[in-house]
Design a protein around this ligand. Structure first.
Ligand SMILES: NC(=O)C1=CN([C@@H]2O[C@H](COP(=O)(O)OP(=O)(O)OC[C@H]3O[C@@H](n4cnc5c(N)ncnc54)[C@H](O)[C@@H]3O)[C@@H](O)[C@H]2O)C=CC1
Ligand SMILES: O=C(O)CCC(=O)C(=O)O
Length: 431
């Protein structure tokens, strides 16, 4: 077994440390945590390189008979603690750098809530809204076959992310099972309940966002029942989080999605807004709200801001204008390191993605366990276990932040990186 740190050789070009974008941001976050890792810092190089990157060509027949090629990715960042785990994103702006960063954030997140997984993520560069249902199914199935060489219930388990849902997971599970010759429900999570999915998974990420929000609010003396909330992204994560805050009495005053931004000082009617989004695909055109510019969203008076859309939304350009007392990162990577510093200086508490949105993967873990045992739990049990894990993980991170006088992001990275690098050390150099 190796007793000294592996030498840092020249990095492959896609790992260029000057790299900007999501992967560059992840590298900066690792640099910030390194001084707190003690002896384990000698293994930190392992976090700066994904374990495995697969880039796949995904050709399909469009409905008009022509052939179109899409570029797909599956990246396994680290598997020291268990199989890779993380979602699949269909979006026109997906890049390898983004998928690498998202896979790395999964390693951190899974370790932060102590589920027995490494980190992985996948994606296809495509605007799925331009595809028919048949085209979407063919693309999903071809992508699944292409990444089939590295995924599996004990190897790497995909799940939903932006623009993917239970139906996509059903097609992925079916394709993988057809190729294997037997049904393998445990190959993906976030499936329909009738196909081995878990009760509570659809709401889990938003429920986790809400749970840590309530815990943090106690620390800063914020009363949720009178709080004003602004949400960017009203899909799986933002929609559920907004609903739970509204049910607790909070006023959801502003919502932004890809179709625009709406505002109502007295609070939006969240159940009606959710129905509107389900019917039309966007918050745009919702009655009973003022339309404001997308840029103005960042300065609406509110107590809690929940970015729940994409990366790099809170930047040096808008962080100085944010009026919230607390930012809860439903999205992955919504805040750049420069913006993090600005928010910190302005005493705005940031609950980082790697803990705040971990509710989804926590219930994905429950789903995977239920699939293996073919024994399914009721929703109350799932929600109770989820809330307990989120509260315990948040409270541990809060203490580390206080003890080391660091942000909650750095504290979460300290907890998670120590867990990952400890297993790396126990296993030796090769896993
Ligand atoms: N679905 C899950 O279980 C988890 C998702 N996340 C993260 O949460 C974020 C949202 O994911 P989901 O809710 O699952 O996706 P979704 O596809 O259900 O919703 C995405 C939302 O973002 C909005 N959006 C897209 N582009 C936008 C833009 N340029 N400006 C403003 N809004 C925009 C969409 O209109 C939509 O409301 C992503 O960062 C994802 O990685 C994190 C943990 C788990
Ligand atoms: O449920 C999962 O396995 C992963 C969800 C995800 O992609 C995420 O937490 O960002």
């Amino acid at each position: 077994m190796a007793t000294t740190a592996p030498t840092a050789h020249a990095l492959p070009s896609y790992l260029n440390p000057d790299h900007v974008g999501p992967w560059g941001i992840f590298l900066q976050q690792v640099d910030r945590v390194e001084p707190y890792l003690g002896n384990l810092a000698r293994w930190v190089e392992t976090l700066k390189r994904p374990k495995r990157i697969l880039v796949v060509d995904v050709p399909i027949h469009l409905d008009d008979g022509t052939v179109r090629h899409f570029e797909g990715y599956r990246v396994q960042h680290n598997t020291s603690r268990g199989p890779g785990k993380g979602g699949v994103r269909f979006h026109q702006d997906v890049t390898l750098s983004e998928v690498m960063a998202l896979s790395a954030w999964m390693s951190i997140k899974n370790a932060a809530v102590n589920v027995p997984y490494g980190g992985a993520k996948g994606g296809i560069r495509v605007d799925p809204k331009t595809l028919s249902r048949g085209e979407l199914e063919r693309m999903t199935r071809r992508y699944t076959s292409e990444i089939g060489i590295i995924i599996g219930p004990n190897k790497d388990i995909p799940a939903p992310d932006v623009n993917t849902n239970e139906q996509i997971m059903a097609w992925m599970m079916d394709t993988y099972s057809m190729n294997q010759g037997s049904t393998a429900t445990g190959v993906v999570t976030g499936k329909p309940v009738d196909l081995g999915g878990s009760l509570g998974r659809r709401e889990a990420t938003g429920r986790g966002v809400y749970t840590v929000g309530v815990e943090a609010a106690k620390h800063i003396g914020l009363d949720i029942s009178t709080a004003r909330v602004a949400v960017q992204g009203f899909g799986n994560v933002g929609g559920v989080a907004g609903k739970l805050f509204a049910e607790a009495g909070a006023r959801v005053v502003a919502v932004q999605d890809h179709g625009g931004t709406i505002y109502r000082e007295a609070g939006l009617d969240v159940p009606s807004l959710l129905k509107h989004v389900q019917a039309t695909g966007s918050v745009g055109g919702f009655d009973g709200a003022e339309v404001i510019s997308n840029d103005k969203f960042w300065e609406v008076p509110c107590d809690i801001l929940i970015p729940a859309a994409l990366e790099q939304q809170i930047t040096a350009a808008n962080a100085g204008r944010i009026q919230a007392r607390m930012v809860i990162e439903g999205a992955n990577g919504p805040t750049t390191p420069e913006a993090d510093d600005i928010l910190h200086e302005r005493n705005i508490l940031v609950l980082p993605d790697v803990i705040a949105n971990a509710g989804g993967v926590t219930v994905s873990y429950f789903e995977w366990v239920q699939d293996f045992s073919s024994f399914f739990w009721d929703e109350d049990e799932i929600n109770a276990r989820l809330v307990r894990i989120m509260k315990e993980a948040f409270s541990a991170v809060w203490l580390v932040a206080q003890d080391n006088k660091v942000s909650l992001r750095t504290a979460t990275f300290i907890v998670a990186c120590k867990r990952i690098l400890h297993t790396r050390e126990l296993r030796g150099l090769y896993p």
